[in-house]
Ligand binder design. Structure first.
Ligand SMILES: [Zn+2]
Length: 168
């Protein structure tokens, strides 16, 4: 089911999400996240990657869905288990305030351990791809109740883009 995306300023985006143990419930959230993200992909051409986190549809559970370079990732209780030392500034946008863009400081490379939609654990890494690494950190930060503005260094400003489509 396509769900409305909760917008910045709603306190539900600022609460840490809970670990989810009911895999049936996790699957229902994954389905709604996929339906919602696919609908949004029809409004805007994400060049390489996009993602959505459960709290963005009002579900306070640790579930993310991401698509990067055509591949889908379904993440249940994901955790970053390793990262590079260095960080880099990466341009980001967020479905919860899509008409803004900003640059966040992100680890160049991360490795994630996560459950999948079947309850199996798996590990993957950004493989040295800075855009993938920033997407992963962005979506996992949502589960900690943080938007990318929390990763913007002092002096970086949000820039308004009036031309971006409204996300329902
Ligand atoms: Zn976001």
């Amino acid at each position: 089911m396509i769900r409305p995306v909760i917008k910045r300023g709603d306190p539900r985006l600022e609460l840490p999400s809970q670990e989810i143990t009911d895999i049936g419930q996790a699957r229902e959230i994954i389905t709604d996240l996929c339906d919602t993200l696919i609908a949004i992909q029809g409004l805007y051409n994400f060049s390489r990657g996009s993602g959505i986190a459960a709290p963005q549809i009002g579900e306070p559970w640790q579930v993310d869905v991401m698509q990067f370079d055509g591949r889908w990732f379904y993440l249940v209780n994901p955790k970053i288990i390793a990262h590079s030392d260095e960080k880099e500034l990466v341009p980001e946008g967020c479905l919860s305030f899509f008409d803004y863009r900003g640059k966040a400081l992100r680890y160049a490379d991360v490795t994630v351990e996560s459950g999948d939609e079947n309850g199996n654990q798996f590990t993957f890494s950004s493989g040295g791809d800075l855009n993938f690494s920033s997407l992963i950190q962005h979506e996992l930060d949502h589960l900690g109740g943080e938007l990318y503005t929390a990763a913007m260094p002092p002096g970086e400003q949000l820039v308004h883009h009036a031309d971006k489509p409204f996300i329902p």
